[in-house]
Design a protein. Structure first.
Length: 384
């Protein structure tokens, strides 16, 4: 195969890895009511479906590098695809136990891609790292949106089980594109790391910001369609609004770093994001007018993309070198997923106890206070 063709194939393979990193997750939210009714699950148990992948992400992020060091990055990505495919089939067709076990497997498979994809991009094409990172993050956002939009309408025609299982097709295509790169194994480069990172105030604030913004995002992923149904939206419209929530995060993730990166101090951007986020949450919580709620969903979707992208930007701007950037990334994402894992299940438990989504949404508004505090302190012009 010619080198030029191989590079094109590699970009396509990267895209399909990105496609698979979120599609299987965001497609669950619009199906929550169907799953809960069919399997007779409590709201807390249903929320745990979204929590499980986050726990898998947090746990596996510490193990992936060791596994890839033994198998090589190419074989490890193939392994992740196979685990993901098995998980999608098990969670769709093997009842209540299979739903939870399959979700664990899918989360483990996705976790490999989360950790390894940036490493592979930098190792293979370091001069194109920024462009390829844009490709895979856009790919993630694109199929997260598509999955959210079509899951409910598809389930109305083929059932929720088949609607969840359909993403195996995307995994199989991803495997086919990745097969030429299965033998890939790169040497890992090490830099000057720092000790005592878990006691460093910048790292702690950044991890808290990453965790709280993840908590808000995954609460929306788990419960937004259900909340919209309570507000009077039909399942199909709720699915489309959920898709809009996902789509608007894509341009936000491109725009925010361009604006925030102009200065080393990003506190002004954090202020704007926090203010807009609160406005969006208030519009969803306090109003029954569908147009107002829809605008609130759009604002929250845009802000979720802003929060994630500025968190990733601050990992680099707060780090004194590449090695420290890697440390900050690992710490903030592991801590972030652990904190985010609490959100969907806790949100479901609060609703079970109160039978009131307004109370639950008000808690999310209150969470904006520590989110803003953490972002403000993490965004100061300082280095680890």
């Amino acid at each position: 195969m010619k080198e030029k063709n191989r590079k094109v194939l590699f970009v396509l393979a990267i895209m399909f890895i990105g496609f698979n990193l979120r599609a299987a997750l965001t497609g669950v939210g619009p199906l929550v009511s169907m799953i809960q009714s069919d399997l007779h699950l409590s709201s807390g148990a249903t929320g745990f479906i979204t929590t499980i992948p986050l726990l898998a992400f947090a746990a596996m992020s510490l193990l992936v590098s060791k596994i890839s060091a033994k198998l090589g990055e190419g074989k490890t990505i193939l392994l992740s695809f196979l685990i993901m495919a098995a998980g999608l089939l098990v969670r769709s067709y093997l009842g209540t136990a299979g739903l939870f076990l399959g979700t664990v497997l899918a989360g483990v498979g996705i976790a490999f891609g989360n950790v390894l994809l940036p490493v592979i991009i930098k190792g293979k094409f370091p001069e194109k790292a920024a462009a390829l990172t844009s490709v895979y993050t856009a790919s993630m956002g694109l199929f997260a949106s598509i999955s959210a939009a079509i899951s409910a309408p598809l389930a109305l025609h083929v059932g929720w089980r088949n609607s969840m299982a359909v993403w195996v097709i995307l995994v199989v295509i991803g495997i086919l594109f990745w097969l030429p790169f299965v033998s890939m194994k790169m040497k890992q480069e090490h830099g000057d790391a720092v000790k005592g990172l878990f006691k460093n105030s910048i790292a702690i604030w950044l991890s808290l910001f990453m965790g709280l913004q993840s908590l808000l995002f995954y609460c929306f992923v788990a419960w937004l369609p259900t909340i919209l149904a309570v507000k009077g939206f039909d399942a199909e419209t709720a699915g489309y609004l959920f898709s809009i929530y996902q789509i608007l995060g894509i341009p936000a993730s491109f725009i925010t770093p361009l604006l925030a990166g102009r200065k080393n101090d990003q506190r002004w951007v954090v202020c704007l994001i926090a203010a807009a986020y609160v406005l969006g949450l208030l519009m969803i919580t306090a109003f029954q007018i569908k147009a107002v709620i829809s605008i609130g969903v759009a604002i929250c979707g845009f802000c979720s993309g802003c929060c994630l992208s500025i968190a990733m930007l601050m990992i680099n701007t707060r780090a004194s070198n590449a090695a420290v950037s890697g440390q900050l990334s690992g710490m903030s994402q592991a801590a972030g997923y652990i904190l985010a894992a609490v959100g969907p299940s806790a949100m479901g438990v609060v609703f079970d106890l109160t039978q009131n989504w307004t109370i639950t949404l008000t808690i999310l508004i209150v969470i904006m206070v520590p989110l803003f505090t953490a972002g403000w302190n993490a965004a100061k012009d300082r280095k680890v």
